[in-house]
Design a protein around this ligand. Structure first.
Ligand SMILES: [Fe+2]
Length: 285
């Protein structure tokens, strides 16, 4: 496994029991029957919901990686196929990790995943990402070569930033509105690809069908300036044309963009700008 640089490790000492790069063993055999049952319940509910909603590459990834209502996946098994397809792997971490650690893993094609799974009381909402959000939500698309390269490039862009900078906030918004809450065009309809949506039963319907939120054509600077909510469904989503198009639009000199955006006030959630290209919901009200 690739490791973080010495300087990074010194800035962010890992918690007791974790490796210096913050990873921990998945300890798959420690999951209880009840925990596997929660995975199975969530998996079945979401896969049914996503059949005609998720981008086809997501459903293809679920299949290619052998995910099913067959208990919490073993990361070592999942990684065999994932590595073969795109060179990515999933590594377990104890919880949220510092941004710098997160970026470095992404830059090395490693996706950090929570080891724990939510309880039955938290089926519809939880604050910290668990193994269902991280693995079901994020990992299938890592089997797609173009999306896989976007994620690595994102990690590289993040690795060049200092913590607590305005630039980091802007880059985090890009992640939020693509990797977590992105929508994508597919013929004459919209589909889901963001992990925060595909792993949420309520939002996977709302994001496509509700007349409430704005669905705005992706524009890099617009996205990087737009605030977001973490405590409710989104008030605005951004729509990409394709993963190829996303890669093309983000293959830029980010340093130049941060400079351009310096001092510009963030755009409040749910704001409609005259320059926005808007998409209607899939289901007409
Ligand atoms: Fe996530």
């Amino acid at each position: 496994m690739e490791t973080l640089s010495v300087a990074d490790l010194q800035r962010h000492p890992a918690p007791v029991g974790a490796q210096p790069d913050w990873t921990i063993p998945q300890r798959w055999s420690d999951y209880s029957k009840a925990e596997h049952a929660i995975w199975n319940r969530l998996f079945t509910r979401q896969l049914t919901q996503l059949q005609d909603r998720a981008v086809p590459a997501f459903l293809a990834g679920v299949k290619a990686l052998g995910m099913g209502p067959t208990g919490i996946p073993r990361f070592d098994e999942l990684n065999e196929e994932l590595k073969r397809l795109t060179g990515w792997s999933v590594v377990a971490v104890p919880g949220l990790v510092p941004e710098e650690v997160f970026f470095h893993h992404l830059a090395h094609r490693q996706f950090v995943a929570g080891r724990f799974i939510r309880t039955t009381a938290q089926l519809d909402y939880l604050e910290e990402p668990d193994v269902f959000h991280d693995v079901f939500g994020h990992v299938p698309l890592l089997a797609d070569p173009v999306y896989a390269s976007y994620m690595q490039a994102y990690g590289e862009a993040g690795s060049r930033l200092h913590e607590d900078s305005a630039a980091l906030t802007q880059l985090a918004r890009l992640y939020w509105y693509t990797v977590e809450f992105g929508l994508i065009r597919d013929a004459d309809r919209l589909r889901l690809f963001g992990a925060g949506i595909v792993s949420s039963n309520g939002e996977s319907e709302y994001a496509l069908d509700s007349p409430e939120p704005l669905r705005i054509g992706f524009d890099l600077k617009r996205t990087m300036l737009t605030d977001y909510r973490i405590d409710s469904f989104q008030k605005n989503y951004f729509v990409i044309d394709s993963f190829e198009d996303l890669v093309r639009r983000t293959s830029v000199d980010f340093a130049g963009i941060y400079k351009e955006l310096e001092g510009i006030a963030p755009i409040a959630v749910g704001t409609r700008l005259p320059t926005d290209i808007l998409f209607p919901p899939n289901r007409k009200p």
